[in-house]
Write a protein that binds this ligand. Structure first.
Ligand SMILES: Nc1ncnc2c1ncn2[C@@H]1O[C@H](COP(=O)(O)OP(=O)(O)OP(=O)(O)O)[C@@H](O)[C@H]1O
Length: 277
């Protein structure tokens, strides 16, 4: 893989550079500056080596604790690749990434597969993750995601929806500072999808983590996000959902789905998993 002059940065805004934070923001952040955990990457480029094709370019991100960023873009836009850069699963050949040594990242990948011949029970899979939750938090998580009845099952025998719940539980066990969900709704029926979206919406305030969600569900993204990044090998536009409609690139990519600006309406009701009904 050859990397070529792509700018990418992710940082927990204001953690390492307090001089750049205005007075109100300082007050807002001061509660968690003591335990600051951040990651920054700059001047990375990523291109496919044989084809010399640039995969991502000129990307900058910053995210605050408790904030959720949604990433949208067409197939092949580089969304999963960007997630892998953030995670450190792809190594750039130019530029650099700085991560706080104690930054915990939870990840639900777009694709998850294990060899059919590998015997692996759900409890073994979950045991591979460092558990930083209290017993009470873990019990709450297992109850919300209905994990316990699945613990003895072989991972390869899980249904699509069960797999997603287990992967989500696994990503949360480490009590991540940053949670990355790459198209977490794949293979779910509409009811499970709706329930999982609502569960995800509750996570940043519950865990006080930052979250990046890759999604093709434009309606959910526009309804439930305060910040959206539209990616197509570079950042076409970013901002609040209502800001995106002015971008010509956004209109070109999503105009057929986009008629009126969506209004953000966070939900407030209690929800139960479809499997609990
Ligand atoms: N390791 C790699 N080496 C070379 N090319 C890669 C690599 N990983 C991904 N690509 C290419 O980069 C492009 C972006 O892929 P990526 O999976 O990031 O897209 P995506 O936006 O997540 O797409 P989708 O919505 O279809 O999941 C694709 O053309 C893919 O073939």
């Amino acid at each position: 893989m050859h990397l070529d002059n792509v700018g990418f940065s992710i940082s927990s805004r204001g953690l390492d550079r307090q001089e750049g934070v205005s007075e109100p923001a300082k007050g807002k952040l001061s509660g968690w500056l003591k335990g600051a955990r951040s990651a920054e990457a700059e001047s990375l480029t990523l291109a496919d080596d044989p084809a010399q094709k640039v995969l991502l370019s000129n990307i900058s991100l910053s995210i605050e604790r408790g904030e959720k960023i949604s990433v949208i873009g067409p197939n092949g836009a580089g969304k999963s690749t960007l997630m892998k850069l953030i995670l450190g699963l792809l190594t750039p050949t130019s530029g650099h990434i700085k991560r706080h040594p104690k930054l915990e990242i939870g990840y639900v990948p777009q694709k998850f597969s294990i060899p059919a011949i590998l015997p692996l029970r759900v409890q073994d899979l979950l045991a591979q993750t460092k558990n930083r939750l209290t017993a009470e938090q873990q019990a709450f998580l297992y109850q919300r995601l209905s994990v316990t009845p699945l613990l003895k099952k072989q991972v390869i025998h899980l249904s699509g929806g069960e797999t997603q719940r287990i992967l989500l539980a696994r990503s949360l066990l480490s009590k991540p500072d940053l949670l990355i969900l790459d198209e977490p709704m794949q293979g779910l029926d509409p009811e499970s999808e709706r329930w999982l979206y609502e569960f995800i919406d509750d996570l940043p305030p519950f865990l006080q983590c930052a979250m990046v969600v890759v999604s093709h569900d434009l309606h959910w993204v526009m309804r439930g996000s305060r910040r959206v990044i539209c990616l197509n090998k570079h950042i076409c536009c970013e901002g609040q959902p209502s800001d995106l409609g002015v971008s010509q690139e956004f209109k070109k990519l999503f105009g057929h789905q986009y008629e009126q600006p969506y209004i953000h309406q966070p939900h407030e009701c209690q929800h139960h998993a479809p499997h609990e009904r």
